[in-house]
Design a protein. Structure first.
Length: 386
């Protein structure tokens, strides 16, 4: 065999080998796409229950899931248990109108117009503090910093505390200067504070959303104020930090997204043609519930990402908006009431639809993969979709 024949043979072998490799890559890619679409479009028909823990629900109590544990509170106190029913901690207090705030694994309680704040996480009681003035609003961070809005006769005070009660920062506002604070939120690591103020001017209701920086950037600014945004004929009852660099505010006629870890700037403003009924969020998504022009689906859930882009729109077939709760999981959305549950993927395609015999108080996702802790009036159990 000549050198030319040998070279030609080797070239053919290389081409055949390369063709087989390319064919294998295409086949693997096609299989991966097929598996992905099968997984994302798969519908589940059953919610399988795990071991059931019997609990006794007391009238007037509220449940919240913090981490893997369940916290129950009322006017008389708060308690924490794990999913096995073991008591983690118990805190008694006396409140007329308890306010609750939580972030990550930390939760705080205070009475509206009271002067005491109680702070815990999902493992232990972190501390208690007292204020000099009545508390009107409350928020807490994932590292245990407490923010309160307090009032005396003419001045509103914003205070930041640690869990020992030490004052970390404070400043004051007056109705005549900034307006009345209607919404407040602190970033998860307590560097930024966002406040919505409402004030009348020339017979018109106006709102300003102000951001304060308690890090190095805000040290040289008056009252740590780093950015302000003004809105006419608008009322802002809700503001929330999704993470340390993204916040959003919901008004009666629009909602706004702000971005920046030092000086928050307006990133997106969307005008709304109808009133927002409920607001839900996690660190990545915002869910807004509206009335819907459909008698079979009287409500509509719109989901937005941190850029203000609508991710999906879902009609909801619940009887009352007060019955609806929404939770975001890894790649899915759970909308539920005491008697019904719907699970959707992020494209709005339904993954599961089912009903409950017992009144459901909480559905809390557990590590993705459609696994949940479900809390009813008389039980706690784990469940998964099959």
């Amino acid at each position: 065999m000549s050198k030319e024949d040998m070279g030609e043979l080797l070239k053919k072998h290389r081409l055949v080998f390369a063709g087989r490799i390319l064919l294998a890559i295409v086949a693997i890619a096609a299989l991966a796409v097929f598996i992905y679409f099968q997984y994302t479009n798969r519908q589940y028909t059953e919610m399988a229950m795990g071991p059931v823990l019997v609990r006794q629900s007391v009238s007037g109590t509220t449940d919240i899931a913090i981490g893997d544990n369940l916290i129950t509170y009322s006017c008389d106190g708060a308690s924490c248990m794990n999913s096995s029913g073991d008591a983690i901690w118990n805190q008694t207090f006396e409140m007329q109108n308890p306010m609750e705030a939580h972030c990550g694994n930390v939760v705080a309680f205070a009475d509206y117009d009271g002067r005491d704040v109680y702070v815990m996480d999902n493992e232990k009681i972190l501390g208690q503090l007292s204020t000099n003035m009545p508390i009107r609003k409350l928020d807490v961070t994932s590292n245990g910093v407490i923010m309160t809005i307090q009032e005396d006769s003419k001045v509103t005070w914003i205070y930041l505390y640690d869990t020992t009660g030490k004052t970390l920062a404070y400043f004051s506002t007056r109705m005549s200067n900034t307006g009345y604070p209607t919404a407040v939120s602190v970033s998860p690591k307590a560097k930024l504070v966002g406040i919505g103020y409402t004030y009348p001017e020339a017979g018109e209701l106006k709102t300003r959303v102000a951001f304060y920086n308690f890090g190095d950037v805000g040290e040289n600014e008056i009252d740590h104020l780093v950015s302000v945004y003004n809105y006419s004929d608008t009322f802002v009852p809700f503001i929330k930090f999704m993470n340390d660099s993204t916040a959003f505010a919901v008004a009666d006629n629009r909602f706004m997204i702000y971005s920046g870890s030092e000086v928050p700037e307006i990133k997106k403003e969307l005008l709304l043609d109808r009133q927002v009924l409920s607001v839900y969020n996690n660190e990545s998504y915002i869910g807004l519930i509206f009335y819907n022009d459909d008698t079979e689906h009287p409500f509509r859930l719109e989901v937005y990402n941190t850029s203000g882009e609508m991710v999906t729109e879902i009609p909801l077939a619940f009887t009352g908006v007060a019955d609806v709760k929404v939770v975001f999981d890894e790649g899915s959305i759970i909308a539920y009431s005491e008697s019904m549950c719907y699970v959707y993927n992020m494209s709005g395609r339904i993954k599961y639809e089912g009903s409950f015999d017992n009144g459901v108080r909480i559905i809390s996702p557990r590590n993705g993969n459609y696994k949940y802790m479900i809390v009813t009036n008389d039980s706690i159990y784990t469940a998964g979709l099959n």
